[in-house]
Design a protein around this ligand. Structure first.
Ligand code: COA
Ligand code: ADP
Length: 719
């Protein structure tokens, strides 16, 4: 899988041929090894150029091979043979040189890049490190600090930045291959030794230990339990402290450890799952391959509240022209100022121009006549949303797509008030909508395949990870969150504190624990929803005891907290204390501890010692259990969809793969056994009742996650 040709008389041209990204599969490695040997042995060849077919140099090691036994020649000696040879080898980088692709290029003596090319070592994002000499050669080439940054974050750089850093020698707007061939002829006869990175020393600033220690502290703090970034720093340390061969040995040892880790498996699973969720299918047989999206050039957003503003910014940044609608001039002006400020801030950060010209503001719905797609983001109130949809249905052109950003209301009910229910779909964004990567695309029972394709395609244009979900209360993400939140509250009743629960979740890898997140979002949001649902406030059934609702356990604790005016960060007090309203640094609050103690006394609860293990099992296994129910109800295509929703929308640590992957790693029998145990202890919590899919999977020997679909009872899909 590497083509050999001789060009310009004396240049051997080796082309990697493994579409779509020329990944370094066993076949490609064999091809490179053979063609390089041929070039080095042929006396007519004076220099060599390596390039990739179809405008892509190389997307790195073949990730699909990681799960299989190793075959074919290994990368390290293959790259060493290129570097050690006595003929200059030039890498012609077009498209990307990632991971093993860049390591291959670093083994070459020169690198020429096209101006649109990107290079990087993304292995850390797959739970690994660049183990084909990347951790040893890159610091020798560009110095310690920049190499540390690139290797520990996996950040890609443009050709221009690569040139500045010294990763590539030349950048061209023309053909990188043509320039490389010309260059390969010019450098014949020039001394090669200085170009062989393994023979060089890593340039060492005087404060080398401080730089390494600081990098280690930074990655430990950012990594939230991920091991690969830490191993990357250790490997780079070896590039400074050890001779090249000993450094390579260290790199191999660290890689062997990471390669076997469950974190690497989780991260590689995420890589493929993220791509798989874009390939949606419906029970009707329609799928992403046979459903064409409608063209969308002009969009509208109704309501410029928190969500509407973020959605507007996301649309504008994707280059769409947007009509933004509010109820009155005052609200409109406020929304306009916020949107402009967000766009300007963003443009400044990205060193780009803010496209305010793409925006038009109005309070008049009739101005939506020419829009192709409308996203409604008004208050979360069914009656109001229906009124808006009715109006949209009559003012918008007949083929305009109507989307709702509801976070849980019935999409079918909304569709039913329009004259085009097949053109109605949910687009559930997550706050802040211009930042968060997740988009749930909610299929109503009558949403057409074309409309699904349009929403999914728009999601992609906005840079979102879009996941098709069914139309059930809370859709997938928020539906699974409920049992998790309930358990967190129950744990407080039984003896935990917010900081104990959050500490356990943060140690697990969430960026913030559940109570800190609630404080950030505002506690009044849930309070309003609970009031509307008759769970608290004047509409509670007077026969219900204070800690039971509708026949099941209920914790009134969050209501009590709100009643005290503790609404979270915005009021300076919530589950934690903040230095001021709007403050961000949470400190444990003795008043909350007192509130919990009084509450327990009032309700006759004897507090228990609760450990972190129990916090994790109860909150995460309850959430996972609901995930199995989501699958059973046919509300998600598969476990990968649920996992991507949690990784991209709810801060689930990527190195743990998502809740369903995590359940498989823990072992389904263990999850089932713990759920059964907690259900016995808490019989009044139906969420702890193990789902029948989980039971069926365990009875059938806990098959791997990609086989779970076979155990769903048919017909199951609501999609
Ligand atoms: N190994 C195996 N398969 C790979 C791959 C790799 N290194 N890189 C990409 N692919 C596959 C993808 O899974 C996808 O397969 P599919 O069509 O069956 O879904 C296909 O190649 C195209 O990739 P995609 O990411 O959808 O295309 P893109 O043009 O948006 O991006 C890359 C191309 C190379 C930038 C991107 O795929 C990427 O970053 N790859 C990973 C690079 C990496 O981490 N390398 C280090 C490996 S240790
Ligand atoms: P969210 O947090 O879901 O974005 P907000 O309460 O922040 O909700 O914002 C909802 C926005 O919708 C408010 O700015 C409100 O003025 C606006 N809005 C409400 N009804 C309409 C309507 N009929 N047309 C346009 N905008 C509306």
């Amino acid at each position: 899988m590497a083509r050999y040709a001789q060009v310009q008389g004396s240049v051997a041209l080796i082309t990697l041929t493994n579409p779509p990204v020329n990944a370094l599969s066993a076949g490609v490695r064999l091809g490179i090894t053979e063609t390089v040997t041929r070039a080095l042995c042929d006396p007519k060849v004076k220099s060599v150029v390596i390039c990739g077919e179809n405008g892509v140099f190389c997307g790195g090691a073949d990730i699909r091979e990681f799960a299989k036994p190793m075959t074919g020649p290994p990368l390290v000696p293959m790259i060493a043979a290129i570097e050690e040879g006595d003929k200059p080898v030039v890498a012609a980088i077009e498209g990307v040189a990632f991971g093993g692709g860049l390591e291959l290029a670093l083994g070459c003596h020169y690198r020429i890049a096209h101006s649109k090319a990107r290079v990087g070592l993304p292995e850390v994002t797959l739970g690994l490190l660049p183990a084909a000499g990347g951790t040893q050669r890159l610091p020798r080439l560009i110095g310690l600090a920049p190499a540390l940054e690139l290797i520990t974050t996996g950040r890609h750089v443009t050709a221009q930045e690569a040139l500045k850093l010294g990763i590539v020698d030349k950048v061209t707007d023309q053909s990188a291959l043509d320039l490389a061939i010309q260059f390969a002829q010019e450098v014949v006869g020039q001394p090669l030794l200085p170009r062989k990175l393994s023979t060089q020393l890593t340039p060492c600033p005087p404060d080398v230990d401080a730089i390494l220690d600081e990098a280690m502290a930074r990655v430990k703090q950012r990594a939230r339990g991920a091991m690969a970034p830490v191993a990357c720093v250790q490997a780079v340390r070896a590039a400074v402290n050890l001779p090249y061969q000993a450094g390579m040995q260290k790199e191999q040892e660290l890689m062997a450890f990471l390669f076997r880790s469950s974190q690497a498996r989780a991260l590689q699973y995420c890589f493929f799952a993220q791509r798989a969720v874009g390939k949606w299918s419906l029970s009707s047989g329609a799928h992403s391959g046979n459903s064409k999206p409608r063209p969308v050039t002009k969009a509208a957003v109704i309501g410029l509240g928190t969500m509407g503003r973020g959605i507007t910014v996301a649309l504008v940044k994707a280059g769409l022209s947007v009509v933004a609608v509010e109820t009155n001039k005052k609200q409109l002006e406020m929304g306009k100022q916020m949107v402009s400020a967000m766009l300007k801030h963003d443009a400044q950060k990205m060193n780009a121009v803010s496209r305010l010209d793409l925006l038009h503001y109005t309070t008049d719905l009739s101005e939506l006549k020419n829009t192709d797609l409308i996203i409604e983001a008004v208050f979360e109130d069914m009656a109001l949303k229906k009124e808006v949809f009715k109006k949209l249905s009559s003012v918008c052109k007949p083929d305009a797509v109507l989307c709702t950003n509801t976070s849980g209301l019935d999409v079918d009910e909304l569709a039913s008030v329009t004259k085009r229910p097949e053109l109605v779909v949910g687009m559930h964004f997550f706050a802040p909508a211009h930042v968060m990567k997740l988009l749930e695309v909610v299929r109503g029972s009558r949403s057409s395949p074309e409309v699904m394709a349009t929403a999914m395609h728009l999601g992609k244009r906005l840079g979102k990870v879009s996941v098709v979900v069914g139309n059930c209360s809370g859709f997938v993400g928020n539906r699974m969150l409920r049992p998790y939140l309930d358990q967190a509250n129950f744990l407080l009743e039984e003896g935990a504190t917010p900081e104990l629960v959050d500490g356990a979740l943060e140690e697990f890898g969430f960026p913030m624990g559940v109570f800190k997140v609630s404080d950030l979002s505002g506690l009044d949001v849930g309070w309003r929803i609970r009031k509307e649902a008759g769970l608290t406030g004047p509409n509670v059934d007077s026969k219900d005891p204070s800690r039971r609702r509708q026949g099941r356990r209920y914790s009134p604790l969050p209501d009590l907290v709100c009643e005290q005016g503790r609404l979270g960060q915005k009021s300076g007090r919530g589950w934690y204390l903040y230095d001021k309203p709007g403050g961000r640094v949470a400190t444990p609050d003795p008043d909350i501890h007192k509130l919990l103690e009084d509450y327990r006394v009032r309700h006759g609860i004897r507090p228990r010692q609760i450990d972190r293990q129990e916090v994790l099992e109860r909150s995460l296994f309850a959430l996972i259990n609901e995930g199995f129910r989501v699958l059973e109800d046919g509300m998600a295509m598969g476990p990968e969809d649920i996992d991507m929703i949690y990784v991209f929308g709810y801060g689930w640590p990527r190195h743990r793969g998502g809740p369903m992957f995590y359940a498989a790693m823990v072992g389904l029998p263990k999850v089932l056994e713990r759920l059964e145990y907690y259900q016995q202890v808490h019989p009044d919590v139906p969420h702890l009742q193990p789902s029948s899919l989980l039971r069926r999977l365990v009875v059938n020997g806990s098959p791997p996650l990609d086989k779970w679909r076979d155990f769903l009872q048919r017909p199951h899909s609501q999609l």
